[in-house]
Design a protein around this ligand. Structure first.
Ligand code: HEC
Length: 298
C-alpha cells in the first residue's frame, strides 16, 4: 500500500505517527508530574495551616486560659474562649471568610468529644484508630468521598500531652461546674494522659487539586500540539520546494526529451542530490543527442 503513496503522503504518515507517540508518552509523563506537584503544593499549604492551628491552641493554653480559668468556677456560663480546640476552630472559621480559603475545612475529629459538633464520622474514626494503633504514624493524607465530591485531606493525631487537659476531660467531678451546665456530663470525659483522642483534619475539595492540574495539563498539551503543527508545516514546505517540485519538473523535462524535444534542459538550481541528478540527466541528454546524431550520419 505504501508503494502507491506520494512522497509527501509518506512523510506525513511518518510525522503523524511520531506526533501521536510523542503526545501519548509526554501526556502520561506530564500528568503524573503535574498531579504530584499540585498535591505537594496543596499538602504544604494544609500542613502550614495545621501548624498554625497548633500554635493557636498553644497560645490559648499558655496565655488565654490562665487569665480566664478563675472565672470558670465562679460564673454560671462556661467561657469557651479558654479552650484550645475552640480557639483553633474560631480562628479557622475567620480564615474561611477569605474567598481563597472558603473551601478549606478544619475539624478536630474526636471519638468522644465534649462538643458533639466535633464527633468523628466513620471515615475519621478509622483515621483516629490508625493513629492509635500505630504511634509512629504522624500524618495521613489522601482522598475521601463526600456528597459534594471528593475531598483531599491531611490528618494528624491529637494526643493528651498535658496533665492540665485532664481537668476538663477526665471526669465530670473534676470539671468546672459551668462546663457541665453548657456541655453536660455525658461526653468528652474519660480521656487519659498520652491518649490519642482524635485527629486534626484539614480537607479541601479534590477539584481544587484536579482542576488546576487539568488546566496546566491542557496548556502543556496545547504548546506541544502547536509546536508539532509548526514542524509539520515546515517539513511539508521544505519537502515541497526542495524535493517534490524539482522532481516533478525533472519528470516533465524527461518526458519532453523522450518525445524528442532536445531543446529543453534539466535545470540545476541547487548543489544537493537533486542538483547532481539534474546535472547527470543533462549529461545523459547530451550523450543521447550525440548518439542520435551519429546514427543519423550513418
Ligand atoms: C477548661 C476546660 C478544658 C481544658 C483545660 C481543656 N479542654 Fe479540651 N475542650 C473543652 C471544651 C469545653 C471543649 C469543647 C469546646 C467547643 O465547644 O468547641 C473542648 C474541646 C476539645 C477538643 C475538640 C473535641 C471536643 O471534645 O469537642 C479537643 C481535641 C480537646 N478539647 C483537647 C484538649 C487538650 C489536648 C487539652 C490540653 C492541652 C484540653 N483539651 C484542655 C474543655 C477543656
Amino acid at each position: 500500500m505504501l508503494k502507491n503513496f506520494q512522497l509527501g503522503q509518506k512523510f506525513n504518515i511518518l510525522l503523524v505517527t511520531i506526533f501521536a507517540i510523542a503526545v501519548i508518552v509526554s501526556g502520561v509523563a506530564f500528568s503524573a508530574i503535574l498531579s504530584r506537584n499540585t498535591e505537594q503544593q496543596v499538602s504544604a499549604k494544609a500542613t502550614l495551616l495545621l501548624q498554625t492551628m497548633l500554635s493557636v491552641r498553644q497560645y490559648t493554653l499558655d496565655q488565654v486560659a490562665p487569665e480566664l480559668t478563675p472565672r470558670l468556677d465562679t460564673e454560671t456560663e462556661f467561657l469557651p474562649q479558654t479552650v484550645p480546640g475552640y480557639s483553633a476552630r474560631e480562628v479557622f472559621e475567620d480564615l474561611r471568610k477569605n474567598p481563597e480559603y472558603n473551601n478549606f475545612f478544619y475539624k478536630e475529629a474526636t471519638l468522644n468529644p465534649t462538643n458533639l459538633r466535633d464527633q468523628a464520622d466513620s471515615f475519621e474514626t478509622n483515621l483516629v484508630k490508625n493513629f492509635k494503633t500505630n504511634s509512629a504514624l504522624k500524618e495521613m493524607t489522601g482522598y475521601r468521598p463526600s456528597p459534594a465530591g471528593d475531598l483531599f485531606y491531611i490528618a494528624r493525631p491529637i494526643a493528651i500531652a498535658k496533665e492540665s487537659c485532664l481537668r476538663c476531660h477526665s471526669t465530670p467531678e473534676a470539671a468546672p461546674k459551668s462546663l457541665l451546665t453548657t456541655y453536660g456530663s455525658a461526653n468528652g470525659f474519660g480521656w487519659k494522659l498520652n491518649d490519642i483522642v482524635g485527629a486534626q483534619v484539614i480537607s479541601i475539595p479534590a477539584s481544587l487539586v484536579t482542576n488546576s492540574t487539568q488546566h496546566d495539563f491542557f496548556l502543556l498539551m496545547g504548546i506541544i500540539a502547536t509546536a508539532f503543527a509548526a514542524i509539520f508545516l515546515l517539513v511539508n514546505l521544505l519537502l515541497k520546494y526542495t524535493v517534490i517540485r524539482p522532481l516533478n519538473l525533472m519528470a516533465k523535462v524527461a518526458n519532453e526529451v523522450s518525445l524528442g524535444n532536445m531543446q529543453v534542459d534539466f535545470e540545476r538550481v541547487t548543489n544537493d542530490e537533486i542538483g547532481k541528478l539534474a546535472a547527470a540527466f543533462n549529461r545523459l541528454k547530451t550523450s543521447l543527442v550525440m548518439a542520435m546524431n551519429m546514427l543519423e550520419r550513418e
